[in-house]
Ligand binder design. Structure first.
Ligand SMILES: *Cc1c(COP(=O)(O)O)cnc(C)c1O
Length: 454
C-alpha cells in the first residue's frame, strides 16, 4: 500500500478529480448534519479486515459523509466564524499533505519554515511588531492563546526569580473575551478575572484599571497577563487596546491581544486606527482560517520577544538535543506542540500568488457587504441592530420573536439549505448574529435572509 502501482494510480486520479471538482463548485451545496444512526445505515461498515477499496471509500465519503458536513465556505454559512479559503490556498493544502514535511524544526523543514515565517512577518508588520518578533502557526486560536499565556506566565515566574514558582497565577480579561481564555486558565490551573465590558461588549482601559485597583495586594502579585480582544467573537468589537496596553505597562505584566477573528481587519487601512495599541502587544494571535482565507486549521501566533516563548516552550530530551545546537528557528519552540504540519504554507502560497493587495480588497469587500447588510436591517421594519457593527459581524433582532421562533427559523433555513445562521444571546436575550468572512457573500444573500425573517 506504500508503492505507487496501477491501483494506486487509479485511486490518485479519482481522489484528485474529487478534490478538484469540489474546488470548482461555486457555490458548494450547503449540506447539513445527519444522526449517527442514519450515517451508520448509509455508510455501512467501512473498517474491515480486507478493506473496502479506495474507490468505494471515496464513494462513501462523496455520497454519504461529505453531505453530512456543512460547507463552511458556502456564501450563506454565516454562523460562528466561517472560513473562505482561496482556491490557491486549498490546492496548496493538497501539496502540503503530499510533501511529507515535518515543520517542527528548521533542520527538517527549513524551506517550509522559511516560507511560513515570511507569512508571519507580513502579519507582524500589519500589527506593527518589531523586526525581532516571531512565532509559529498553530492549530487555532485556542492553542494560540494557551501558548501565549504559558509564555506570559513563564516570564512572570522567571522575573520573580523563584518567588512565584508555587504561586497560582492570575490573568485579567474582558467579559467579552473568547471562551478559550477561560479554558487556558483551566488548563494552566490559573485564575481568570473579567472586567465588565460596556454595553457593546468592549473593554475600556478605565474599567480595566478599576478592576485592577480593586484587587488586594496578594492578587495583584499573582497577576501575570492582561488579555484584550481585537474583534470579539460575539459582537465583533475591538477593545480599547491603547488603554489595555497602558495598564499592562504600568503593572509590568504581559499584554496579549486575541485577534483570532478580528485581527484580519488590520489588512484594511480604514480600520487601522481601531487597532491602535496592538503594536505594544507582547503576543498576538490571528486565525488565517477565519478571515484571512486559509483552510483549517491555522492560527498565526506572534511574540514581541520570541526568546521568552522559546524558554517557556522548548522541549528538552536526549533525542532532541541535536535540534538545539544552534540558533535555528524551530517552530516547535514557540508553542505547546512538537510535531507539526506546515499549516502556514497554504496561506503563504496564496499570499505569494495573489499579493497582499488582493487580501486587502477581499477583506474590504466583506466589510462593505456587512455594512450594507446592517443598513438593510436599519431600514427594515421587522428587524433592528443590537450592536453597531465595527468589523464584519452583524448582530440583530427580529422584533417580537421568542427564542423558540429564532431556533425554528434557523433549523428550517438549514434544512432547506437556504442559509446557516444560528442564534446567539446578548445580555440574556436571544438574537441573531451574522459573521461575514466570505467575499462571495453578497448583499442579495443578506437581503434574502432578512426577508425570510418576516
Ligand atoms: C475563534 C476564536 C478563538 C478560538 O479560535 P479556534 O481557532 O476556534 O481555536 C479565540 N479567540 C477569538 C476572539 C475567536 O474569535
Amino acid at each position: 500500500m506504500h508503492r505507487h502501482d496501477a491501483s494506486t494510480e487509479i485511486l490518485t486520479q479519482a481522489v484528485l478529480r474529487y478534490a478538484v471538482d469540489r474546488v470548482r463548485l461555486d457555490p458548494p451545496p450547503l449540506d447539513g448534519p445527519q444522526s449517527a444512526q442514519n450515517l451508520r445505515a448509509m455508510a455501512g461498515h467501512t473498517i474491515t479486515e480486507r478493506g473496502i477499496g479506495g474507490l468505494e471509500a471515496l464513494r462513501v465519503f462523496g455520497d454519504v459523509l461529505a453531505p453530512a458536513c456543512i460547507s463552511v465556505d458556502h456564501p450563506r454559512f454565516l454562523s460562528f466564524v466561517p472560513a473562505a479559503p482561496t482556491e490557491a490556498a486549498i490546492l496548496f493544502d493538497l501539496v502540503v499533505g503530499a510533501s511529507s514535511v515535518y515543520a517542527g524544526s528548521w533542520m527538517e523543514g527549513a524551506g517550509a519554515v522559511f516560507a511560513e515565517n515570511e507569512a508571519l512577518r507580513w502579519i507582524a508588520d500589519l500589527a506593527g511588531l518589531p523586526p525581532e518578533a516571531g512565532g509559529a502557526f498553530v492549530s487555532g486560536g485556542t492553542a494560540g492563546n494557551l501558548s501565549a499565556l504559558i509564555a506570559a506566565r513563564w516570564k512572570w515566574r522567571h522575573d520573580a526569580a523563584g518567588e512565584h514558582d508555587r504561586t497560582r497565577g492570575l490573568m485579567i480579561t474582558s467579559s467579552g473575551a473568547h471562551s478559550s481564555v477561560a479554558q487556558a486558565g483551566r488548563a494552566m490551573d490559573a485564575d481568570v478575572i473579567t472586567v465588565p465590558a460596556d454595553e457593546t461588549g468592549r473593554m475600556h482601559g478605565a474599567q480595566l484599571d478599576a478592576t485592577v485597583e480593586a484587587l488586594d495586594p496578594v492578587d495583584r502579585d499573582r497577576l501575570f497577563a492582561v488579555i484584550a480582544t481585537s474583534g470579539t467573537t460575539n459582537a465583533g468589537v475591538i477593545d480599547d487596546l491603547t488603554g489595555a496596553a497602558d495598564v499592562s505597562e504600568r503593572l509590568g505584566v504581559w499584554f496579549h491581544v486575541d485577534g483570532a477573528y478580528g485581527g484580519a481587519g488590520l489588512v484594511a487601512p480604514a480600520l487601522r486606527d481601531k487597532f491602535a495599541g496592538i503594536e505594544r502587544a507582547d503576543s498576538f494571535i490571528v486565525d488565517p482560517h477565519k478571515w484571512l482565507f486559509a483552510p483549517f486549521d491555522c492560527c498565526a501566533l506572534l511574540y514581541r520577544d520570541p526568546r521568552v516563548a522559546k524558554a517557556a516552550h522548548t522541549q528538552q530530551a536526549e533525542y532532541l538535543d541535536v535540534l538545539h545546537d544552534d540558533d535555528d528557528w524551530n517552530p516547535s519552540d514557540y508553542a505547546h506542540h512538537l510535531s507539526r504540519r506546515a499549516r502556514g504554507l497554504p496561506l503563504w502560497f496564496s499570499l505569494a500568488t495573489h499579493g497582499t493587495a488582493a487580501y486587502r480588497e477581499a477583506v474590504e469587500t466583506t466589510l462593505e457587504v456587512a455594512h450594507a447588510g446592517a443598513d438593510l436591517i436599519r431600514r427594515s421594519d421587522h428587524c433592528e441592530l443590537v450592536v453597531e457593527p465595527e468589523l464584519s459581524i452583524v448582530m440583530f433582532r427580529r422584533r417580537g420573536w421568542t427564542a423558540e421562533q429564532y431556533h425554528a427559523w434557523s433549523d428550517a433555513q438549514l434544512a432547506a439549505e437556504e442559509s446557516f445562521v444560528v442564534a446567539t444571546s446578548w445580555h440574556g436575550e436571544t438574537v441573531l448574529r451574522i459573521c461575514l468572512v466570505n467575499p462571495l457573500t453578497t448583499v442579495d444573500d443578506l437581503a434574502a435572509i432578512i426577508e425570510s425573517l418576516r
